[in-house]
Design a binder for this molecule. Sequence first.
Ligand code: GDP
Length: 295
Amino acid sequence: MFEALTEKLDAIFKKLKGRGILKEEDVDAALKEIRIALLEADVNFKVVKSFIERVRQKAIGKEILESLSPAQQVIKIVYDELCELLGGTTAKINLSPNPPTIFMMVGLHGSGKTTTSAKLARIFKKQGRRPMLVAADLQRPAAIDQLVTLGKQIDIPVFHSYEIKDPRQVCREALKKALIDRMDPVIVDTAGRMHVDEELMTELKDIKEILNPHEILFVADAMTGQDAVNIAKSFNEKIGITGVILTKMDGDARGGAALSIKEVTGKPIKLIGTGEKLDALEEFYPDRMANRILG
Ligand code: GDP
């Protein structure tokens, strides 16, 4: 991931360092190239525009241009602004002081929602908690089986029913069961579709009302770039999300989703999926990711 962007930024910065003293034109020429590199990495064009503007504002200052290592300072400004695009500081998962904490997992079909629900449950189990998974994706019968299978692999109970046809009812029953069995947290895998539609949004809104979740985590496939960003925006506007989990960060995505989603939705990336295995879910560190981009 980010390979092409890293390579291009490296070439741009080498050229800048080779100049020694920098003039405003040199910075502008470099910014023009950075702009193209970001667009080619599939970063949202509005995000690119404001990013370049912010870097320019900071980099054109006299003290920077007349300093001993102006190129180095410009690179530091780019680094700082990349950190900001990625969310600034690490955004923590919100746990309720009054258990159970309820997680509602949302996202389109194929984004990695079911796998990520199991991965998240596994992390809580490792911490000594008593997580429960809930199969509220009744769109495909296979989705229930998939979650049940994953639950068995990590020895975590999965509340599910092949008889109840309404996911709202599944959620109500699951909450009752979680309270009786003192399960915490409760992680609810909701239905996905190939694309956003009104019926799905209505279902999710109803489920949100029933669950009153502490976190609504939008699961997005990093490989789908700006589509993931647009869908996140739409989910946020329609049902409100509290954070993003970006999956398939182990793939060769250009990086546009990671670099755009916070600025476009206002909601931070909280976790990243880094593989198909159930232990491949990590906290997201904007500074580390910015370092990786700068190579
Ligand atoms: P859902 O339809 O959103 O519930 O998606 P699934 O959980 O079924 O995941 C779809 C596919 O993506 C499965 O083959 C998963 O193993 C795979 N997957 C999920 N997360 C990751 C990840 O972080 N990296 C990789 N490489 N594959 C993932």
